[in-house]
Write a new protein. Structure first.
Length: 159
């Protein structure tokens, strides 16, 4: 698993990620550098997980075929109905997303985002917490802007 994702993993909570971010800002400040950051929140991230892409990533990770098939069965063929007052809609197929509130859902989400690109330079850091992302860069104002923009371009291609 990527080392900078702090959620749904033992002993890696919000507090540890905030401490990591704060420490990076403090170290930069003490060295006379500025730190800039971009904060992202993927709206309805669990609902937007591309299930075929997730299954592909499981295969690439060399997860045994029997487990991949079991997860495929778990994710596919789910239905929903909308109720408004006493009226019910017809059943509809859920084509994306994963089951929220389940034991395996957070682990599947971690797998889905595990191949997020790493920053290409050591001045830029990626800090993930569930579906929240902070991208930080330390240096001069000019290099910070260049580093953040370069990473956002890289991230946009991945997304």
């Amino acid at each position: 698993m990527i080392p900078y994702h702090f959620r749904f993993r033992k002993k890696l909570s919000t507090v540890q990620q905030i401490l990591r971010i704060s420490e990076s800002i403090r170290e930069g400040f003490e060295s006379g550098w500025e730190t800039g950051a971009v904060f992202l929140d993927i709206d309805k991230a669990f609902d937007r997980v591309w299930t075929d892409g997730l299954l592909y990533k499981l295969i690439v990770m060399r997860i045994p075929g029997s487990i991949v098939r079991l997860i495929a069965t778990y994710l596919e063929g789910r239905l929903f109905i909308v109720r408004v007052g006493n009226n019910l809609s017809s059943e509809r197929v859920i084509r994306t997303g994963e089951v929220q509130g389940s034991k395996v859902g957070p682990k599947l989400f971690n797998i889905f985002v595990n191949d997020i690109p790493s920053p290409r330079n050591c001045q830029t850091q990626l800090c993930l917490f569930a579906d929240d992302t902070a991208i930080m860069s330390t240096g001069t104002a000019q290099t910070i802007m260049e580093n953040l923009n370069n990473y956002l371009t890289q991230l946009g291609k991945w997304l």
